[in-house]
Design a protein around this ligand. Structure first.
Ligand code: ATP
Ligand code: MG
Length: 435
């Protein structure tokens, strides 16, 4: 893409309500813009990152045997009345009326709709198991939609629902999804932990959350430094203590209720996390409420055993940045970077600079490298600031040193510049992009 033809409206000032790095940099870097409280438009750069994350999620789920569907975003209120959630979801559920006064809901999640879809279509144990998912818009009228993509009112979620003939088979799928989610977050280059989560009445191993570790996270986790044990503090402390811990008064409460050691002998410590995934053993709660049955081997009608699996796809964009940034802007991970290479022409009036930039641009494009050519007339300092804000993985600086046969490569992760001979630049970039 040529920067002169791109639509990347970067801005100097962060929105006044933005307190988090991801919110500031995603708006300032021209990835998203605010439509209203908790409502965001994705501009070309934001859309590229969103689609990259979506593709990885889809690829790993399809590998694990899940089937993608897409349910309608608007659902009739009757569906929610039958499960009892039209009341229990409260004000988070946004209701609308059509011209005939029929009431609808902008779906905050889709258990009911998915059960209705499977009900009477899957009738035999022979057709099970089944794992259906969608990557689709959700709407939750959050009380405080103030952290950019971390807590939108409208957001993109992957929601999956599995159907089984026995509890054992449901647990097998739950474990498969845990392993699949680990693959997804590992591919995204994130430092994350799987923790025991509050699973209400179901208890036990029934619910796990996936947290990206970042100081700005809203959740507090207890984590073992030696093994992979972790728990959301909601499972260990009472409500008041959770609130105190979330407000950062760690010291007073430091492991008050805990034996300071994990059962493996390792040290336990508190960490802040951003919830990016949640897997949940549902059992027969929804299949019973909505009378969704299959026939077992003996011809007896039984409610489906179910599990549900969620990933915050748009929240992940912000989580990547919360974990990877500096004071100047974004540092994308390899799989999430919107562009791997930015070719920065220091002076677009210099014919030699332009010729080299164009040549390199075409060669990298031929290799299908995601490359930006900054061919704008802006000053060098301005272009460099923009490159840091947006977070191109590598910026090739073609400037004055070209007279001596040299260009620079700026590495966004390390923020180091290195000089490379012009005749070696292409090979050097190919080598860097491979690693
Ligand atoms: P939270 O506790 O953060 O409000 P939740 O537990 O209500 O989330 P789930 O119902 O488990 O959320 O939804 C599945 C996933 O969707 C969450 O793990 C999270 O990553 C994402 N998610 C939930 N609410 C939002 C939101 N308002 N904005 C962006 N992503 C969200
Ligand atoms: Mg959750």
């Amino acid at each position: 893409m040529r920067r002169s033809r791109a639509f990347i409206p970067t801005i100097k000032e962060a929105p006044s309500d933005a307190t988090l790095a991801s919110h500031k940099f995603l708006v300032r870097g021209g990835f998203i813009n605010t439509q209203g409280a908790g409502l965001y438009n994705f501009l070309p750069l934001g859309k590229i990152v969103l689609e990259k994350i979506r593709a990885i999620v889809k690829e790993e789920l399809d590998q694990a045997g899940c089937l993608e569907v897409q349910l309608s975003f608007v659902t009739p209120i009757g569906l929610w009345e039958r499960s009892g959630r039209s009341n229990s979801m409260g004000k988070e559920m946004l209701r609308i009326k059509d011209r005939h006064d029929n009431e609808f809901v902008l779906s905050p999640t889709n258990e009911e709709a998915m059960v209705e879809l499977v009900k009477n279509r899957v009738t035999s144990y022979k057709d099970l198991p089944l794992n259906l998912y969608q990557i689709n818009t959700k709407f939750r009228d959050e009380a405080r939609p103030r952290y950019g993509l971390l807590r939108g009112r409208e957001f993109l979620m992957k929601d999956g629902y599995s159907f089984h003939s026995s509890q054992e088979d449901m647990i097998r799928e739950f474990e498969l999804m845990e392993a699949t989610y680990k693959k997804i977050f590992t591919r995204l280059g994130l430092d994350f932990r799987v923790v025991q989560a509050d699973s209400g009445a179901i208890g036990g191993e029934g619910s796990k959350e996936f947290h990206v570790l970042a100081n700005s996270g809203e959740d507090t986790l207890v984590i073992c430094e030696a093994c992979d044990y972790g728990a959301n503090i909601e499972t260990i402390f009472d409500e008041e203590e959770v609130q105190a811990l979330n407000e950062n008064s760690y010291e007073e409460l430091q492991l008050k209720k805990l034996d300071k050691r994990c059962s493996c002998g390792g040290n336990l410590s508190f960490k802040k996390g951003i919830e990016v995934g949640h897997i949940f053993q549902l059992g027969t709660k929804y299949s019973q409420a909505l009378e969704a049955y299959f026939n077992d081997e003996n011809g007896r009608a039984k409610p489906f055993e179910m599990a549900t699996f969620g990933i915050g796809v748009s929240r992940l964009i912000a989580a990547v940045i919360e974990q990877n940034h500096d004071e100047n802007g974004c540092k994308w991970t390899k799989e999430t970077a919107p562009f791997a290479v930015n070719i920065l022409l220091s002076n677009v009036k210099d014919k030699a600079q332009v010729a080299l930039g164009e040549e390199l641009y075409e060669k990298l494009k031929a290799l299908r490298v995601e490359v930006m050519l900054d061919d704008t007339k802006e000053r060098f300092g301005f272009k460099m600031k923009d490159a840091e804000l947006i977070g191109f993985t590598y910026t090739v600086i073609i400037g004055k040193e070209l007279e001596n046969g040299l260009v620079q490569i700026y590495d966004r992760k390390t923020t180091q510049n290195s000089s490379v001979r012009v005749d070696e630049i292409y090979a050097k970039l190919v080598e860097l992009l491979k690693s």
